[in-house]
Design a protein around this ligand. Structure first.
Ligand code: HEM
Length: 481
């Protein structure tokens, strides 16, 4: 049998090159199945920097987290948005923002992200609290206080999807809930299942009914329809007003942008909420500490934890929930597998530590794969174990983690890095805190015994928080104060 090696040849100064034997697809198949294992095996063989041909792209992986800062600070030569502006429009169905057709829009969009942070976060958080309590009460708190059984993913998805939707996009005129929320959620899940294929740039026309589902999802955000919604966040209002300034942007294009924000705001948050809740309910000792912390914070300010009354958290109270925050961060460490991608804008030598520099060619992709860092036993002792207080030391947040005796600048990267860091990260952690606080204030919760532990479904490797391979059953019962 004749086998031919495809791909380019390595030049002096470039990292080891792994071309693979299958043209174009290169190592994509192997990578997709088990990215973490694949990269660990290559690191073992080729060292901490190497280049792999994946789906027609040369990707250089920087595996040593001590080298991450050198990549992250190279903002000029290593650009992110070139990549995202090709992939996101194809995935969500809007025209590329940087094509020249919409002058100035990219900068405005970037600026709109400030409305998710700083002082603007207070409004969002307050609104989220009201919406979470509303959905909890409507769907889960009515009726008798007997034990009920529920799947954790199902539970997190139905509450977080709707409460986040109401907070970001607002509510319809005259009623408090959007009609068709269940269908919207189901369509979203169908679309989300195809998400990895769309990101891999498989044309949507080849993906069966996905195009029709996406059209339906996009239509939900038609500007005429949205104009009747109230309590819409400042973030979405500013973006909607921005799109109105461009005559060349059609109504469906505007709607597709809003749909992309729906994906960004729940696509990772729902699985992240799942893991945060799953680990707490399967670790009763952690659950007890976190519950006590929440009660302590609320009692200090004299708020009745009675489920008939409204519960409000100030920003300071939310920030002071250190054990809760550590438990969320620990579950993010264990479940996140987002790849950080930069595209080389020219041929150049990427300076790493000391005198070391590696040759990079224009168009090459430089990747960080933080899951490898999150699971490094040198940084995190027994990395596969959930330790809810891993990020606490002497009653304060622990921020010093080491590799080769050196303190790491980056040790947890669930939200990306540098110029591509998630603008919704503070809101995301806050809303998970709020969800879990209400859960523990409202309910007694326990896991149904005799179930296998949940494992990660790798099909979204590289794209964010991994989904669980199976769901898990809990029993819950409203607490009586
Ligand atoms: C981008 C993670 C929740 C809005 C990103 C990126 C990551 C990320 C890793 C960078 C993408 C990349 O480098 O390719 C997460 C996780 C979340 C979460 C793990 C939940 C646990 C949210 C929420 C919102 C949001 C709640 C909005 C309300 C965005 C937006 C971008 C983004 C708009 C794109 C930023 C840009 O184009 O520069 N997110 N995210 N995210 N996220 Fe999040």
């Amino acid at each position: 049998l004749l086998s031919v090696r495809f791909g380019r040849t390595r030049r002096d100064g470039e990292p080891p090159l792994i071309n693979g034997w299958i043209p174009f697809l290169g190592k994509a198949l192997e990578f997709g199945k088990n990215a973490h294992g694949f990269l660990a095996a290559h690191k073992e063989k080729h060292g901490d920097v190497f280049t792999v041909l994946i789906a027609g792209k040369y990707m250089t992986f920087i595996m040593n987290p001590l080298l991450y800062p050198y990549v992250i600070k190279h903002r000029k030569q290593l650009d992110f948005h070139e990549f995202s502006d090709q992939v996101a429009p194809m995935t969500f169905g809007y025209p590329p923002v940087r094509s020249g057709k919409f002058p100035g829009m990219d900068e405005h969009i970037q600026r709109s992200f400030r409305l998710l942070q700083g002082e603007n976060l207070d409004n969002l958080t307050e609104s989220m609290m009201g919406n979470l309590m509303f959905v909890f009460r409507q769907d889960y708190l009515s009726g008798e206080s007997e034990w009920r059984t529920e799947s954790v993913y199902q539970f997190c998805n139905s509450i977080m999807f709707e409460a986040t939707f109401l907070t970001i996009f607002g509510k319809p005129a005259h009623t408090s809930r959007h009609s068709g929320m269940v269908t919207l959620r189901e369509d979203f899940v169908k679309f989300d299942t195809m998400f990895p294929l769309l990101i891999a740039r498989i044309p949507i026309s080849l993906l069966g009914g996905t195009k029709a589902i996406r059209d339906k999802l996009i239509n939900y955000f038609h500007p005429q329809r949205m104009s009747r919604w109230s309590n819409t966040s400042g973030f979405i209002k500013e973006r909607a007003a921005l799109f109105e300034q461009y005559d060349s942007m059609g109504d469906v294009d505007k709607a597709a942008h809003h749909f992309a924000i729906l994906w960004a705001s729940v696509g990772n948050t729902v699985p992240a909420t799942f893991w945060a809740m799953y680990y707490l309910v399967t670790h009763p000792e952690a659950l007890a500490v976190v519950r006590e912390e929440i009660h302590g914070v609320l009692q200090v300010s004299g708020i009745e934890a009675d489920h008939n009354g409204d519960i409000a958290f100030t920003r300071e109270q939310l920030d002071s929930l250190l054990y809760l925050e550590s438990s969320i961060n620990e579950s993010l460490r264990l479940s996140s597998a987002s790849m950080n991608i930069r595209v080389a804008q020219e041929d150049f030598g990427l300076r790493l530590e000391g005198e070391r520099s590696i040759g990079v060619r224009k168009g090459d992709i430089i990747s960080l794969y933080p899951q490898s860092m999150h699971m490094d036993p040198e940084i995190y002792e027994n990395p596969e174990i959930y330790k809810f207080d891993r990020y606490i030391e002497d009653g304060k947040e622990k921020t010093d983690f080491y590799k080769d005796g050196q303190k790491l600048k980056y040790y947890r990267m669930s939200f990306g890095s540098g110029s591509t860091k998630c603008p919704g990260r503070y809101f995301a952690v806050n809303e998970i805190k709020q969800f879990l606080s209400l859960l523990l204030l409202y309910f007694d919760v326990e896991v149904v015994e005799g179930q296998e532990p949940c494992t990660l479904d790798p099909s979204r490797a590289g794209l964010g928080i991994l989904l669980p391979a199976t769901d898990v059953q809990i029993r819950y019962r409203p607490r009586r104060a």
